[in-house]
Ligand binder design. Structure first.
Ligand code: SF4
Length: 141
């Protein structure tokens, strides 16, 4: 039996404005796996042990990048002045796939809330259903 098409079957629009708002604000997690830690450590010129000591925290069996508790919970890799990501080329899957996370597109209401939080969501290029589903499948958030 064919599955029902999701509510966003005609696609969703997104074009990042570079505002940096998704990298700050309420406390949260940026999940990183082994490969991502390796790539990030290399990018900032540290060995993995030192990198984890400085930038990673354990949450149960998972690992997340740290946030700056003294600076509105900015991601540790967000430049406080330019509001740009300082490790953009090796940013984790979670950052690459925003805003096409399961939690953001599950319902029209969830997408509306995403558009309110992210000025690039709901505007710009139209992502087709297949592209959205592929992004969603990369990491479940
Ligand atoms: S909040 Fe949206 S528009 Fe702003 S940097 Fe993040 S993805 Fe881009």
């Amino acid at each position: 039996m064919a599955q029902n098409a999701p509510w966003y079957k005609d696609g969703l629009r997104f074009k990042c404005t570079g505002c940096g708002d998704c990298c700050t604000g309420a406390p949260g997690f940026v999940w990183v796996n082994k490969e991502e830690i390796t790539a990030l450590a290399k990018e900032v010129g540290l060995d993995e042990t030192e990198f984890e000591k400085r930038y990673v925290r354990e949450i149960g069996v998972r690992k997340s990048l740290n946030e700056r508790e003294d600076a509105n919970y900015d991601c540790v890799f967000l430049d406080g002045k330019t509001r740009k990501c300082t490790v953009y080329n090796v940013r984790p899957r979670q950052c690459r796939t925003w805003p096409f996370w399961d939690s953001c597109v599950r319902t029209p209401e969830a997408w509306e809330a995403t558009c309110e939080a992210c000025p690039g969501s709901g505007k710009g290029r139209l992502y087709q259903l297949g592209e959205i589903e592929a992004q969603k499948a990369i990491i479940r958030i």
